[in-house]
Design a protein around this ligand. Structure first.
Ligand code: DQA
Length: 437
């Protein structure tokens, strides 16, 4: 909001790993164009993009248009590395004075589109129109309402003959930003710590989790299909593992609204595999070409591999073994006698109270059954609880009875509901845990 703050934040951006920093003049209070720009450009620790967004283009500037353009011209004269002109203004300036440039400054011509991302053809026409302004770089930002729209932006990036930045903002648009270097984007925008910008990833996540500097056209993409998806720890788990294996791959959160449309659009070998999260673990089976027998028995898939030889999607269930062995390890640690582990599963004969009979719950129930546990199932949908209970020779109870349920000593409670998911991490499906008393 002040020039001093701009200077301070530019240094922070550099320390946090930015290559270039964007300065929004419209955010500076009592902005004095020439004087303030001189200070900013003299003290810049990094190349600077100067932006002065008017209200009608989503910025904060409400004043006179001549003064705004004068300020942008000053930025050009004072040697800003990049100046960002909105398409409308750029086109007008071009028609009047036949040039946007000054000195070595590069001009970014930008365009923000609300609503549905335009078709490939419309985007291509728009890019041609933007290029005609004499821009060095064109920047198109949309607000995607569906992850499938992003493929049009990837297409634009891949086929562009000039430097382009193209991405969609928001949870559904996130992968367009993370994957844009794969398709040739010139810049990836991230927000610096303490200054979250709605719709943008943090600079820290770009550098530390996704390491965007290593992404190139050969990068293989893996993703988590879920809705919501932002809560997942998958990216911070899988990306370091992929790098550790020296594999050129990336794991990204994919906010999916419609499975059918998703698989139709993301069908190339570049998208080599998927994790499947809430609420799609059961529904996704119909989109797999082959399903592993365990996943078939459970009726849920949480991992899909695109077979390189023929591109077919093969569905697996890793939840079952993973969750059951995790519980066994924890119980074994408590029960270890003289440092020796018993060969019998600590779940054998135990009362196993499962809350939630969806995709995750099904894997847990089948896993517990293979270890000889006695399974009791609660679900808000009693019919669903009964069906699963039948499949694992367990017992279904009405969800309303859960608060009154008297567990036996050593009983295990498994929560396979979305209750307790981010942001309400403290919540559990029972009002209090009598087991702990
Ligand atoms: O249940 C989970 C968690 C998960 O959905 C996630 O949110 O990261 C990913 C799934 O593959 C896994 O089975």
């Amino acid at each position: 909001e002040s020039v001093d703050q701009v200077v301070e934040e530019m240094h922070k951006a550099k320390a946090q790993g930015a290559d270039v920093v964007e300065v929004r003049l419209d955010c500076i209070k009592q902005f004095q164009a020439h004087q303030d720009l001189e200070i900013i450009l003299k003290s810049k620790p990094l190349p600077v993009i100067i932006v002065y967004r008017p209200k009608c283009e989503g910025g904060l500037y409400e004043g006179d248009e001549t003064a705004r353009l004068e300020a942008l011209r000053s930025a050009l004269k004072l040697g800003a590395d990049y100046v960002d002109f909105e398409l409308k203004v750029a086109a007008e300036l071009m028609s009047k004075q036949n040039k946007l440039h000054c000195g070595g400054t590069k001009v970014i011509v930008s365009c923000f589109l609300d609503g549905v991302t335009p078709s490939k053809e419309e985007l291509s026409n728009l890019a041609t129109h933007m290029k005609a302004t004499g821009a060095d770089i064109i920047k198109i930002v949309t607000s995607a309402s569906n992850i499938t729209e992003l493929a049009r932006l990837f297409h634009l990036l891949s086929y562009s003959q000039m430097p382009v930045v193209a991405y969609a903002v928001g949870e559904r648009g996130l992968i367009s930003q993370l994957l844009s270097p794969k398709f040739g984007s010139t810049l990836v925008y991230g927000s610096i710590e303490g200054m979250a910008v709605p719709g943008l990833p943090t600079l820290e996540s770009l550098r530390k989790v996704y390491k965007v500097e290593h992404i190139n056209s050969d990068t293989t993409v893996f993703g988590l299909i879920s809705k919501p998806v932002g809560h997942s720890k998958g990216p911070i788990l899988h990306n370091p593992t992929i790098r550790h294996m020296n594999f050129n791959g990336l794991y990204v959160p994919m906010f999916v609204d419609n499975l059918k449309e998703f698989f139709e659009v993301y069908s190339t070998p570049d998208f080599a595999g998927f994790s499947v999260g809430f609420p799609y673990k059961e529904a996704v089976i119909q989109f797999c070409d082959e399903v592993h027998p365990l996943a078939q028995t459970i009726g849920a898939v949480n991992t899909i591999v695109r077979r390189p030889s023929d591109g077919k999607l093969i569905g697996y269930n890793t939840d079952c073994e993973a969750s059951v062995t995790a519980m066994e390890d924890a119980l074994q640690e408590c029960q270890c006698i003289n440092g020796e582990k018993s060969l019998v599963s600590p779940l054998a004969g135990k009362e196993f109270v499962l809350v939630g009979a969806g995709g995750a719950g099904r894997a847990l129930a089948f896993g517990a059954k293979t270890r000889g546990a006695r399974i009791i199932i609660f679900d808000i949908d009693f019919e669903r609880a009964k069906m699963l209970a039948h499949a694992v020779s367990g017992e279904a109870r009405p969800f309303g009875d859960l608060p009154y349920f008297q567990p036996e000593k050593g009983s295990i409670l498994a929560n396979a509901t979305p209750i307790g998911m981010h942001p309400n991490k403290d919540r559990i499906p029972v009002s209090e845990v009598p087991y702990l008393k």
